[in-house]
Design a protein around this ligand. Structure first.
Ligand code: AMP
Length: 190
């Protein structure tokens, strides 16, 4: 693994733990020699992750759609910044650049990004690991819902298990390093 995409809130969230974990993740990835691929924004947790990785000497690559550019203040000195034409181009480029995908606490944008990646894993468009960092139990409800999708017959257990949920960044990266993609049919209903 060379680079990890980090999806996270463009807000800070309601608890100080969220900002602390964003700092921890940026520093941890840099210390492991893993580059960070992110949405390019200086706002909320995304900015915190990027700054922490840069401060620790890490590579940080931003991929930002044109539409966000005027909201930004260029305060981050990134290793690389790609300005792209749309959200769709951004998501595709981030998926290509990264070797694994992490969702920190975040909102609808974060859910969209990590679930698209999980779906692409299920469809074997890529075979890279993806997981949630369950800081302060933020994803407890989602974890239960993932299990519920299996119980109710809409998701195969192998595909649900592909989507990791860990409380600690070091544990999540360890699991990424040992990841084996599932060996099940991607075809609907099979
Ligand atoms: P959310 O989880 O809803 O806070 O969304 C996180 C996502 O917000 C990011 O990945 C971006 O798509 C988007 N976003 C919001 N504001 C900005 C910004 N100023 N610069 C870059 N991306 C942003």
């Amino acid at each position: 693994m060379k680079r990890i995409a980090v999806y996270c809130g463009s807000n800070f969230g309601a608890r100080p733990e969220y900002e602390s974990v964003a700092t921890e993740v940026g520093a941890h990835l840099a210390q492991k020699g893993l580059g960070v691929v992110f949405g390019g924004g200086s706002v909320g947790l995304m900015g915190v992750v990027a700054r922490a990785a840069l401060d620790a000497g890490g590579e940080v690559i931003g991929v930002m759609p044109e539409m966000f550019k005027e909201l930004e203040d260029d305060s981050l000195e990134l290793t690389e910044m790609h300005i792209v034409d749309s959200m769709h181009t951004r998501k595709a480029m981030m998926a290509d650049l990264a070797d694994g995908f992490i969702a920190l606490p975040g909102g609808l944008g974060t859910m969209d990004e990590i679930f698209e990646i999980a779906t692409w894993g299920q469809l074997e468009i890529h075979n890279k690991p993806a997981g949630f960092l369950n800081t302060a139990g933020y994803y407890n409800g989602l974890k239960s819902f993932l299990d519920h999708m299996v119980t109710e017959g809409f998701v195969k257990a192998e595909h649900r298990n592909m989507v990791m949920v860990e409380a600690n960044i070091a544990d999540l990266i360890d699991r990424f390093e040992n990841y084996q993609p599932p060996q099940v049919s991607k075809l609907i209903g099979q």
